[in-house]
Ligand binder design. Structure first.
Ligand SMILES: [Zn+2]
Ligand SMILES: [Zn+2]
Length: 98
Protein backbone atom coordinates (compact mmCIF):
# COMPACT_ATOMS: atom_id res chain seq x y z
CA UNK A 1 0.00 0.00 0.00
CA UNK A 2 1.28 3.40 -0.93
CA UNK A 3 1.56 5.92 1.81
CA UNK A 4 2.42 9.55 1.89
CA UNK A 5 4.41 11.45 4.42
CA UNK A 6 4.94 15.16 4.72
CA UNK A 7 8.39 16.56 5.00
CA UNK A 8 10.21 19.84 4.74
CA UNK A 9 10.48 20.69 1.06
CA UNK A 10 13.91 22.17 1.57
CA UNK A 11 15.89 19.78 3.75
CA UNK A 12 13.61 16.74 3.95
CA UNK A 13 13.22 16.84 7.71
CA UNK A 14 10.00 15.90 9.42
CA UNK A 15 7.28 18.50 9.64
CA UNK A 16 5.62 19.40 12.88
CA UNK A 17 2.15 20.89 12.98
CA UNK A 18 0.87 23.18 15.65
CA UNK A 19 -2.40 25.02 16.06
CA UNK A 20 -2.23 28.58 14.88
CA UNK A 21 -2.04 30.83 17.90
CA UNK A 22 -3.40 33.89 16.16
CA UNK A 23 -6.77 32.37 15.27
CA UNK A 24 -6.92 29.55 17.83
CA UNK A 25 -6.90 26.98 15.07
CA UNK A 26 -10.07 28.17 13.40
CA UNK A 27 -8.38 29.74 10.38
CA UNK A 28 -10.38 32.91 10.78
CA UNK A 29 -10.23 35.99 12.93
CA UNK A 30 -13.75 37.37 13.10
CA UNK A 31 -14.77 37.09 9.45
CA UNK A 32 -11.32 37.54 8.00
CA UNK A 33 -9.02 34.78 6.92
CA UNK A 34 -6.12 34.48 9.30
CA UNK A 35 -3.00 35.78 7.60
CA UNK A 36 -0.69 33.89 9.92
CA UNK A 37 -1.84 30.47 8.74
CA UNK A 38 -3.61 31.40 5.48
CA UNK A 39 -6.87 30.07 6.84
CA UNK A 40 -5.52 26.60 7.51
CA UNK A 41 -5.84 26.85 11.26
CA UNK A 42 -2.45 25.27 11.75
CA UNK A 43 1.13 26.08 11.07
CA UNK A 44 3.72 23.66 9.79
CA UNK A 45 7.38 24.03 10.42
CA UNK A 46 10.56 22.14 9.81
CA UNK A 47 11.85 20.21 12.80
CA UNK A 48 15.45 21.02 12.01
CA UNK A 49 17.02 24.23 13.13
CA UNK A 50 16.80 27.12 10.72
CA UNK A 51 20.58 27.11 10.31
CA UNK A 52 20.70 23.42 9.45
CA UNK A 53 17.72 23.57 7.13
CA UNK A 54 19.16 26.48 5.17
CA UNK A 55 22.62 24.95 5.00
CA UNK A 56 21.49 21.49 3.93
CA UNK A 57 18.91 21.71 1.15
CA UNK A 58 18.04 18.59 -0.76
CA UNK A 59 19.53 18.38 -4.25
CA UNK A 60 17.81 20.92 -6.50
CA UNK A 61 15.94 22.50 -3.60
CA UNK A 62 18.25 25.37 -2.85
CA UNK A 63 15.54 27.86 -3.70
CA UNK A 64 12.76 26.13 -1.78
CA UNK A 65 11.92 28.13 1.31
CA UNK A 66 12.08 26.56 4.74
CA UNK A 67 8.73 25.30 6.08
CA UNK A 68 7.51 24.38 2.63
CA UNK A 69 5.56 21.16 3.03
CA UNK A 70 5.77 18.47 0.40
CA UNK A 71 4.19 15.06 0.32
CA UNK A 72 6.54 12.20 -0.36
CA UNK A 73 5.30 8.89 -1.61
CA UNK A 74 6.64 5.91 0.26
CA UNK A 75 5.99 2.44 -1.07
CA UNK A 76 5.93 -0.93 0.66
CA UNK A 77 9.66 -0.66 1.11
CA UNK A 78 9.26 2.54 3.03
CA UNK A 79 11.79 5.27 2.68
CA UNK A 80 14.36 4.76 0.02
CA UNK A 81 15.75 5.99 -3.26
CA UNK A 82 12.33 5.53 -4.86
CA UNK A 83 10.67 7.92 -2.46
CA UNK A 84 9.87 11.04 -4.40
CA UNK A 85 7.81 14.19 -4.02
CA UNK A 86 4.39 13.70 -5.57
CA UNK A 87 2.51 16.83 -4.58
CA UNK A 88 2.98 20.40 -5.59
CA UNK A 89 4.89 22.44 -3.09
CA UNK A 90 2.60 24.01 -0.57
CA UNK A 91 4.23 27.08 0.89
CA UNK A 92 3.30 27.50 4.52
CA UNK A 93 3.76 30.80 6.21
CA UNK A 94 4.80 31.37 9.73
CA UNK A 95 7.63 30.49 12.01
CA UNK A 96 7.72 28.06 14.91
CA UNK A 97 6.35 29.40 18.15
CA UNK A 98 9.00 30.85 20.40
ZN1 LIG B 1 13.83 21.99 6.60
ZN1 LIG C 1 -4.34 31.32 11.98
Amino acid sequence: MTEYVNQCGRCGSSIHYTDCIDCDGSGFIDIFMCLECDGDGFIAFCLSSQEWCEANPLPGRDNTPRNTVIGVQVGPDGYGPDARPILADLPVQGEPPK
